[in-house]
Design a protein around this ligand. Structure first.
Ligand SMILES: [Zn+2]
Length: 397
């Protein structure tokens, strides 16, 4: 079994070790095992370390059958190697992992919410909880408490404990497995069994920023960032706000007020535009009305909703009117027919012939029918054909 140096000292970044085996895995490349290692292998929600062995990059580390497998870019010739851990990467993971301990402890000890699992991603840390999504008020209080624990700068210690000595620790869950257990303790606050790499004091966490919760199957997922990730997050958000302010030609403090005003003005403008459209359609309806009682008119690339509004104005103004409007987009035709309240025609009776002018289909009520089809005819020909369908029915009426 590989001796795990990171369990004794997570701040150790260099070590000497002897290669115990080395082979080429056809899928994963060169694999090296050592008698001792400071490389943390992927496990327990924490990603593996990266670094070098005698200058050769270690791109992955896994725990396989009581051995730590180091996956390297090329074979290593020497028997004794100097291992170097990428400290920036390790420290980031220590901050995120220790932050997870603080968060899990607050959630369990203050709110009695159990953690299902956690994951340290490239950008955020997530913990899955057996609870419904937390309220903004709860998130605010949890974040305040987490940052108070950071401010207290409490020591964090890892202790290997024999099963008969576990009673001295304040564990929230019973330990079922046999043998010695590594307990990670935040001095006045939490004891948790764990084999990961941790900070030596809560102060090194710098800050914890909660990002939100989302509903997941059977519970909620809480996202947050710790330490340098949180500092970067604040810097990015600050830069965004400054950019918004520049774009809006205002100061940071006035962005919200300006956006509220813009929103209100936009609603008012949309109302004005609707009123102007209505006025234009009323004017257009006046132009279309020639007094004959029937209006048939085709357009290109107009909205069928707009044509419906135009037809409605015509039939409301002239209760005896019979109106058909259509719009063409290439060979696609959308068409409608409607009548005023005093016109006796049941439009359903002519629907088949009406939609037939463009090999189309549609439906509606006795006073309004609408549908679509295709035609290679010109607008003028379609107008004549529709007028013919309507006038033949008028004779019958
Ligand atoms: Zn841990």
């Amino acid at each position: 079994m590989t001796e795990l140096l990171y369990l004794k000292d997570s701040y150790q970044t260099e070590f000497l070790a002897t290669i115990t085996d080395q082979w080429l895995d056809p899928k994963k490349g060169y694999v090296v095992t050592l008698d001792r290692t400071a490389f943390y292998p992927t496990g327990g929600g924490q990603p593996h370390d990266i670094g070098t062995l005698n200058g050769v990059p270690v791109h992955s580390v896994e725990w396989v059958d009581d051995q730590v497998h180091h996956y390297v870019d090329s074979p290593i010739k020497e028997n004794v190697v100097q291992g170097m851990i990428d400290w920036e990467h390790r420290f980031d993971l220590m901050q995120q992992h220790t932050g997870q301990h603080v968060m899990a402890a607050i959630l369990k000890r203050m709110y009695d919410i159990d953690m299902e699992g956690f994951d340290i991603g490239d950008v955020t840390v997530t913990i899955d909880l057996k609870t419904k999504p937390l309220s903004n008020d709860q998130l605010f209080k949890i974040e305040q408490l987490a940052n108070t624990i950071i401010l207290k700068n409490e020591p964090i210690r890892a202790t290997i404990v024999q099963p008969n000595a576990l009673e001295a620790f304040d564990l929230v869950h019973d330990i079922t497995r046999e043998g010695d257990v590594r307990i990670v303790s935040i001095e006045s606050f939490d004891d948790t069994p764990c084999g990961g790499t941790h900070l030596s004091s809560t102060g090194e966490l710098q800050v914890i920023k909660l990002l939100g919760t989302e509903r997941i199957s059977g519970g909620a997922r809480l996202s947050f960032v710790c330490g340098r990730r949180a500092v970067s997050h604040y810097a990015l958000q600050h830069a965004r706000i400054e950019n918004f302010a520049r774009l809006l030609e205002t100061s940071d403090e006035r962005i919200e007020g300006k956006l509220h005003r813009w929103k209100k003005e936009r609603v008012e403008r949309e109302k004005e535009i609707e009123q102007l459209k209505e006025q234009l359609l009323t004017y257009e309806a006046t132009e279309l009305w020639d007094g004959s009682g029937t209006v048939v008119r085709g357009f290109t690339e107009r909205s069928i909703h707009e044509l419906k509004a135009l037809a409605t104005i015509l039939t409301k103004t002239h209760p005896h009117a019979l109106v058909s409007l259509f719009t063409m987009n290439g060979s696609n035709v959308q068409l409608l027919a409607t009548r005023g309240a005093d016109h006796p025609l049941n439009l359903r009776d002519i629907a088949s012939d009406f939609f037939g002018v463009c090999n189309g289909r549609g439906g509606g009520s006795p006073t309004f029918i609408q549908g679509a089809g295709t035609s290679e005819e010109t607008i003028e020909t379609l107008e004549r054909n529709i007028a013919s369908v309507l006038s033949s029915q008028r004779v019958l009426v």
